[in-house]
Design a protein around this ligand. Structure first.
Ligand SMILES: [Zn+2]
Length: 289
């Protein structure tokens, strides 16, 4: 057996715990069993910073960055992911060494989302064909943006809350029944606050989109790099421009009720490589540097 095959075989054994031996790919998941909607992260320990690390979960690529003497990548568990085991793999290429790899499975834990019944004016629900086309085109534009991966990491350290004075965000994942009709689940978290309350960037990034869309109203999307985006909807006013670099805590705009909103609030959303995740789990992310 060549050294590479032996190491690849050893890698299979080290799927949950760190190892002190230098020749094994030690991979840990944080949390160990992510819930549906969580922002989780995977850590590959003891990897030289000259290494190239790549990997995937369910065949979807992970975007690694140097972290804590190894490499880490965020993994977003989309709100409609099936609970149960999901396969992952990691490959490491270091100069002057045989390539290493590891693979295993991570158990995604179910989370029960509540059912929300809303009554809205019919004009906001039963769209005329032209408005319907507009809404579909806008949602496609957002989906395309969320799948665009900037190969640079802009965010650092802890994430801050987007509306300082408001309480915790609510309603992520709610299965919505609007005027008696089941609709797509709520992909963000809502923060109630008076109109005009400042809304800030939760971490450093680049303003990827400023627009006024039918459902989201006035919106700002921040690209934090490596596939992570945060979204701020229903704004009354906007204080930034597309392409602008923003710092954590920088004002993006003010709370409003533009688009489809029953009153002034911030709809705050987050996506990791196109997976719709609970943005409040981003605020509690245990990966800090
Ligand atoms: Zn919302």
């Amino acid at each position: 057996m060549t050294r590479g095959i032996v190491l690849a075989a050893l890698g299979l054994l080290f799927t949950t715990q760190a190892s002190t031996a230098a020749d094994k790919a030690a991979v840990t998941w944080h949390p160990a069993n992510p819930r549906v909607g969580d922002v989780a992260w995977i850590l590959v320990k003891d990897v030289d910073d000259t290494a190239t690390v790549e990997g995937s979960v369910d065949g979807k690529p992970l975007m690694f960055f140097p972290y804590g003497g190894g490499y880490a990548a965020l993994f977003g568990v989309d709100l409609q992911t099936k609970p149960g085991t999901h396969a992952w793999r990691v490959g490491i290429v270091e100069p002057g060494r045989e390539p290493r790899s590891a693979q295993g499975s991570v158990r995604i834990v179910r989370r029960d989302f509540h059912v929300e019944r809303l009554t809205l004016p019919n004009t906001m629900v039963d769209l005329d064909p032209e408005t319907e086309r507009r809404a579909v085109a806008e949602s496609k534009q957002l989906a395309t943006l969320y799948r665009t991966i900037t190969p640079e990491r802009f965010w650092r350290g802890k994430f801050t809350t987007p509306v300082g004075s408001a309480g915790a965000g609510t309603g992520f994942g709610a299965r919505r029944i609007i005027n008696g009709q089941p609709r797509s689940p709520h992909s963000g978290s809502d923060y109630s606050a008076p109109r005009g309350t400042p809304v800030v960037a939760v971490n450093a990034g680049k303003v990827a989109l400023v627009a006024e869309f039918f459902f989201p109203g006035r919106l700002v999307i921040v690209d934090h790099g490596l596939g992570l985006y945060t979204a701020y909807f229903h704004l009354d006013t906007i204080a930034v421009a597309e392409g602008e670099r923003v710092e954590r805590g920088q004002t993006l705009g003010a709370v409003g009720a533009t688009g489809r909103a029953t009153g002034p609030h911030l709809h705050f959303g987050a996506q990791v490589a196109g997976a719709r995740v609970d943005p409040t789990t981003l605020l509690g992310l245990s990966l800090i540097d």
